[in-house]
Design a binder for this molecule. Structure first.
Ligand SMILES: NC(=O)c1ccc[n+]([C@@H]2O[C@H](COP(=O)([O-])OP(=O)(O)OC[C@H]3O[C@@H](n4cnc5c(N)ncnc54)[C@H](O)[C@@H]3O)[C@@H](O)[C@H]2O)c1
Length: 258
């Protein structure tokens, strides 16, 4: 087991990639705290992990709110005693024409995707330093940190910020033996993706830009998080790994089959 008894907070764990991370971490022996705004699904996910033999609790938390993030850290320590790993997975996107983006849209995306990761890392790192835990922090970036889409300005800005924040936090925490890395997935088959790619034409267009010819399953991203949380990645810090099926090396769309 790669994460035996590692106390791990995973945000946005009620569904999608976060849920896959929680399941994979539990399988690898971690004590998992699932955090999400979605109470019902989150409780259900934690219950399922426990009935599969894992250790898991759910804590309701909006990562964009400092008091709730501090509550999450307090509850984690009260339940499990310390913190080894933080997975800042909670994320939202807002697609809109540039001129239609409101201040609220901008604030929402930046406060969940960027500020949320800052707030939780700061609060959890205080505990790691106090308890002398050589912890690991994993931030969720995206290929959209490096590439760009005209209708996703706040998301691209947030994820680009996550990459730079990852490097700066890695430097700030290196003296304490805390490693900070990021994962920047290409398209992953989550509910969100199923809603966006909802017909054959859109699917063909997306796949034409994917050298591996498919969209990732959530588990293929969760195993990268396990690697970055475990001692297997002990010499990694300040890096972003891109499980993207080759998306970022593809200059032009491939010819589509007739
Ligand atoms: N799906 C993809 O193709 C893809 C690609 C690149 C990066 N990502 C990133 O991976 C991460 C997970 O994406 P996903 O596709 O699994 O998303 P998802 O929409 O399926 O799940 C996101 C989860 O985050 C929770 N959440 C939303 N706002 C929250 C908040 N304020 N506080 C706490 N929890 C909150 C939601 O309730 C949900 O359970 C995100 O950071 C996303 O940007 C996803």
């Amino acid at each position: 087991m790669k994460l035996k008894d590692k106390v791990s907070i995973i945000t946005g764990a009620a569904q999608g990639i976060g849920l896959a991370c929680a399941q994979e971490f539990a399988r690898e022996g971690a004590k998992v705290v699932l955090a999400d705004v979605n109470h019902g699904t989150g409780e259900e996910a934690a219950k399922q992990i426990r009935s599969d033999g894992g250790e898991a609790v759910f804590v309701r938390c909006d990562v964009s709110k400092k008091d709730q993030v501090e509550g999450l850290v307090r509850e984690t320590v009260a339940h499990f005693g310390w913190i080894d790993v933080v997975v800042n997975n909670a994320g939202v996107n807002h697609s809109a024409n540039f001129f239609d983006i409101t201040e609220e849209d901008w604030d929402w995306v930046i406060s969940v995707d960027l500020k949320g990761a800052f707030l939780l890392t700061q609060a959890a790192a205080r505990v790691m330093v106090e308890k002398k835990t050589h912890g690991a922090v994993i931030n969720f970036s995206s290929v959209m940190a490096v590439m760009a889409l005209a209708d996703q300005v706040p998301y691209c800005a947030a994820k680009g910020g996550v990459n730079q924040m990852t490097k700066a936090m890695a430097l700030a925490l290196s003296d304490y033996g805390i490693r900070v890395n990021a994962i920047g997935p290409g398209p992953v088959m989550t509910d969100l993706m199923k809603r966006v790619v909802n017909n054959k034409e859109k699917e063909a267009e997306l796949l034409a830009r994917m050298p591996l010819g498919r969209i990732a399953e959530c588990r293929e991203i969760a195993t990268v998080a396990v690697f970055l949380a475990s001692d297997d990645s002990s010499f990694f810090t300040g890096q972003c790994l891109y499980p993207d099926g080759g998306r970022m090396i593809q200059a032009f769309s491939r010819k589509q089959e007739k």
